[in-house]
Write a protein that binds this ligand. Structure first.
Ligand code: MN
Length: 333
């Protein structure tokens, strides 16, 4: 399909775009809303802000937002472009182009999902294996290691200069979604070099996003990891390790502290699959899944109403701790 700005968009089946076609859509926008996913990570925010900066430079009115929680995670507040962010209530009801970044499904937009209806055109830019193609126009590259890596390619095609501000945002998504470059293709190192060559402080960005926690993180880890459970016969004998973070464990701590736990639990050598059950409200859980080689946790998460990548996925669940653990074990068998 080729897009012409003079032609009304087809209101039919979702279209899958190639990068050049996506650039034509971006370049023809007259007003833009960029939406990041709820409980944002550095890839969705870095993508949203980098794209927002690009539109701002082109003189195109742009708003960036996410539905929940109320505040941007503290570790992301130093990213360039946060002046483009608006509260969910302030997101325009009608816009020429709405772009979602790093969102695998419309549900990941939370309450801002309603804004899809008021947009003349909607565009999904994402790298999740489980992406549901929920926009009119969809650019999905599941081989990309971060959504910011997709954007770097779009910027090159679009003629957007990747300067230090945009590089900072792109690097934030790249360093976090690759687990600090632990699982990367060679091209991601080339992209990292290019971003670092703009003069950004890569070490500082990574430290703020990944290696900075208040002292209260340590007793939380002690409590949560102390009750971690290993089930060696789960997942057809591949093994499951899991931990529960109850509301009381994480009281007073940030999302950064809660999200860090999976990266410790997943290192357990006796288990192929790792899970962390995070209680956001009593008996309301968001669940992080990780695997190493043989289990596709994206498929497991989809069975439980969520989604993600082959080796990293998630979903939400409600019920007692025992019942949500039991449901996962069943989905793994
Ligand atoms: Mn991502």
């Amino acid at each position: 399909m080729t897009y012409s700005p003079d032609t009304a968009p087809p209101a039919l089946a979702p279209q899958l775009l190639q990068p050049l076609q996506a650039v034509e859509v971006l370049a023809s926008a007259t007003s833009v809303t960029i939406l990041c996913h709820v409980h944002p990570d550095a890839d969705t925010i870095g993508s949203g802000l980098a794209l927002g900066i690009a539109f701002e430079r082109k003189g195109i009115p742009v708003q960036v937002s996410f539905a929940a929680p109320v505040e941007l995670p503290a570790s992301m507040r130093e990213l360039p472009g946060t002046h483009l962010m608006v509260a969910p209530d302030a997101v325009a009801d009608e816009v020429d182009l709405l772009v979602t970044v790093d969102c695998g499904s419309a549900g990941r937009l939370g309450s801002l999902r309603s804004r899809l209806d008021g947009a003349r055109r909607t565009l999904v830019v994402d790298h999740h294996r489980s992406n549901t193609r929920f926009a009119m126009l969809n650019l999905i590259d599941e081989s990309a290691e971060s959504t910011t890596a997709i954007l770097a390619r779009l910027f090159d095609l679009w003629g957007v200069t990747i300067d230090a501000d945009i590089a900072h945002c792109l690097y934030a998504g790249l360093v976090t979604d690759t687990g600090s470059f632990r699982w990367v293709q060679p091209d991601s190192h080339l992209l990292a070099k290019r971003l670092l060559d703009t003069g950004i402080d890569g070490a500082g960005i990574a430290r703020r996003l990944l290696d900075t926690h208040p002292f209260g993180w340590l007793p939380m880890l002690s409590s949560v990891l102390g009750s971690a459970t290993l089930v060696t016969d789960a997942a057809h004998g591949a093994g499951l390790v899991y931990a529960l973070i109850r509301c009381a464990d994480s009281a007073g701590l940030r999302s950064e502290e809660v999200e860090s736990v999976i990266d410790i639990v997943r290192t357990t050598s006796e288990a192929e699959v790792a899970a962390v059950f995070k209680e956001s409200a009593p008996e309301s859980w968001s669940v992080s899944l990780r695997s190493k080689e043989s289990v596709d946790v994206s498929a497991v998460a989809e069975r439980l109403g969520g989604g993600g990548h082959r080796f990293a996925a998630g979903y939400t669940a409600s019920g007692s701790g025992e019942s949500v653990v039991a449901a996962l074990r069943e989905a793994l068998d």
